[in-house]
Design a protein around this ligand. Sequence first.
Ligand SMILES: [Zn+2]
Length: 724
Amino acid sequence: MSRRGNRSEKKSASLPRPSSRTRLAFVGLAIAAVITAVALALWRPRQSVAHGAFAGRNLLFVTIDTLRPDRLGSYGSNAELTPHLDRLASESVRFEHVLAHAPLTLPAHTSIFTSLYPTEHGVHDNGTFRVSASLPTLATTLQDAGYQTGAFVGAYVLDARFGLNRGFDVYDDYYGEKRGFLSFAQLERPADAVVASAERWIGKARSPWFAWMHLYDAHAPYRPPPELARKFPDDLYGAEVAFVDATLGAFLDRLSAAGRLDGTVLVVLGDHGESLGEHGERTHGTFAYDSTLRVPWILWAKGLRPQVFSEAVRHVDVMPTLLDLLSVPPPESTEGQSLRPYLTGEIRYEAPPSYFEALNPHLTQDWAPLTGIVQAGHKLIRLPMPELYDLAPDPKEKENLYRQKTGLVRRLSETLDEISAGSDAVSVAPPDRETVAKLRALGYLTAPVQNRKGEYTEVDDPKRLIDISNAYNEASELFGEGRTEEAIAIFEDIVGRQPRSSEAHQSLAYALHQTGRIAEAVAILEGAVRSGLSDTALLGLLGAYLLDVGELEKTVGLLEELVRREPDYAEGHNYLGIAYGRLGRFADARKELERVLDLDPSSASAYNNLGSLALSQGRIEEAVDHLSRALAIDPGAATALNGLGFAHARLGEMPRAIEYWRRAVESDPGQFDALFNLALALADGSPGEAVPYLERFVREAPAQRYRADIEKARAMLRLAADGR
Ligand SMILES: [Zn+2]
C-alpha cells in the first residue's frame, strides 16, 4: 500500500481574530485599531483543553450503526426519539457536520479506527476485505500504551475475521441473542445484549481501559421492540434509534451512578447514515449523498466545555483527537488531525477536504465506481453522470451544479485525483461460502466481479441502476422475514434484467439453496456457466452446490480445473477436499485440506473438514484435535460442535456428546444433523425430552435432504405418543 504522510498540514498557531474586528472594519482606522486591541486583550481561550488534558482516563467508544443525525433531538429532530443522547449532547462537544468516507460498516469503522481513507487502508467493502495486520489502530495504539481493551460488536459484518480485532484483549463477537427471526440468530444481536456484555467487562476492567461497543439495531430491517413500534408507528427506523437511545442511556446512567464516568472519555459516533428513500435509495451503500455520509458525533469528558462545533469534520479526525486528549502518541501516518486545539479557539479551523467512495456496486456488479470529495462546502461526485452540490444552500443535494461551476469542478477534481493517486488497484479474492452466506443474510452483496469492463458510461451509473439495488435489498429483507417465494421471484426478475450479472445468478441460486431447492440452484448456476459467466465465485458456489446434491465426479471435475486456474483459491481446495473425501480418496482429500491451511491458517472450515475426514476413517482422537482447533478459531462453528458430539458418542461419552449437540443447535438452529443426533441420543434415555426436538426436526428440516430421517423422526414421535 502506498502511504503518504499527513497531507492535512497542521496550521501554525496564530492569534485568533475575534469576529468584532471584521465588523468594525468600516469604522475610522484609529478607532478600529483601538477597539481591536481591546478585543484582543479581552480575548481568552474559552477554556483551554490542553494536550493530554485527560491523560490516563478510560475511553468508552460507542458506534451506532446506520445513524442519521436528523433522528436526534440535539441535531434538530422533534420526534423525541433520543432523550438520553440529547441530554448527553447538551453536556458535550457536539460535532454538527461529521463526514464518513464510505457508507458501509466495515470500511467506515476501519477509517474511524485507523484514521485513514479507504484508499489508504484498502478496505473498500464488507466481507471481501480484511484490515491489514500491519496497520496501527486505535485499539493497538491504546493497548501499546497500557490500556486494557475490550470490543463488543453487534453484527457479523464486524466479525473478528475481518481484522478489527487486533489490539483488543477481548473481542466479543458472539451473536447469540436476537429478537425473533431465529434463522439469522448468529448474525446480529440487539443493543441490550451488547451493552450487557460490555458492562460485565467494564465492571472487572482495571483502569485505564478502552471499551468499544457497536450497536447495530438501526440497521435494516427495522424491527423495533413492539412497544416502540406502537409508539412510533410511522418511523420504525426511528423506533430502532429510540431503542438504542433507551438502552445506551440506561447503561450510562448506571455507570454514572457508580461514579465510573468521571474518569472516562465518552464518544458516541455514527458509522454512516441511511437513505430512507431519499434520491431513490432504500438503505445505504450505493450512493454517497449526505443522507448516508453524514453522521452524529458526541464527545463528552468531565471538564470538557460543552459546545457545538459546526464546521465540517471527518471520521479520520476521531482517532487523532482522542489520542491527543488522552496524551497517547498517535501512529506515524494518520490522515486525520486532532480537533482538540480548535475546540478551544487556539487555532482558527479550516475544514480540510474529505474523500469518500461507495464501491460496493462497482465491486459486486461492475457498475461505475463512485468516488468523490467534499471541500469548502461543495461536494463533487465522480460518476459517468457527475454531480456537484453546494451543501449549505442545498443540503438535500437536489440542484446539480456540475455544468455551471466548471472552475470549481476542476479544483475539486484535482484534489480528488491527488487523494486517489497511490490508491491500490482494487482487487479481491472471493470470500468463503459461509461468509458470503452470512453477509447475504444481512442483506449485503459480496461476490467480487472479475474481468471488469474498465470503461463506464451513463448506463453503468448507479443513478440509472438504483432500482436494482433496491430490488436486492427488498428481496433480502423478504427472505429474512421468511417470505422466501416473494424473495425468489424478485431475484428471478433481477436475473432477467441483468443476464450478464454473476451476482444476480448467485443471489438467486443462494436463495433457492437456502429453501432446500438445491437442484434448481445448481441448474441456475450451470445455466450461467453455459451463458459464458465463469468467475471464481460463481464456479466455487456451483462446486459447493454440486457437492450438496451428491454429484461428486462433476464437483471434482469442476473444482480441479478451477484450482488449476486459481491455485490460491482456498475455498476451491476446501470443497475439492470434501469431494475427494466422499469419494473415498482420503489421501487426496487430506492434501487439499492441508493446502487450505497453507493458504489460510485460520480456516476453521479446513480444520473442521480434516476432523470430519478423520472421523470417517475412525481416527477419533485426531478428529477431536482438528475439531477443537476449528472451535478455538470459531467458537460458534456448529458443524465442528456436531462433529465433536459425534466423536464423543463414538468414545461412549454420551453426556458430553449431548452437550456438544445442544451447543451446535443453539449456535445454529439450521444445523439439522446435530438436531437429529441430539433427538436420537435423548430418545435413548429420556424419550419425553426428545419429543420437542423430534417435532422441530420434522417441522423445520428441509424435506429434500432429510426425507429418510424425517420419516424416522415421525415414527419415533408415534411411538412416544403410544407410550404415553
Ligand atoms: Zn454500518
